[in-house]
Ligand binder design. Sequence first.
Ligand code: ZN
Length: 163
Amino acid sequence: MAVLEIKTFPSEILKQKARPIDYMDKDIRKLSKNMGETMYEKKGIGLAAPQVDASLRLITYDIGDGLCILINPKIIKGEGEIKGEEGCLSVPEVRLEIPRYEVVKVTGLNLNGEEISFEAKGLLARVIQHEIDHLNGNLILDKVSKLKRELAVRKLKKILSGR
Ligand code: ZN
């Protein structure tokens, strides 16, 4: 297992739409395990494959119930709207208020290639929506007003240039 490098804004891969995964093989399993390890090491609660330079539809998350890996995740239904602060390992030290569905119905595949479907609410719903955004090339910066984005980008550039 290995801790992977996290791509940060404005990396090109973070803007791309990630490819669906057609079959499960040992590379996908290895990537998932490494993403899990990276997520724990960096103290994130979710991670999407494009953030570790793999343009694939694969996400990991753990909101305290253990590591979950979801392949080709999709939101098939969303209800309600709730605002909440979010951060992102690819947008370090920036917190932005983002509106999300309160409850979502999610489908996807597990590591055995079996289809799974479940309902998520609260923090879990928020994390899954955030990670699926990554698969579609969207960051939290893309979900706020132009002014808020500009302020956040300015702060981010300062932080990243000091690294
Ligand atoms: Zn993120």
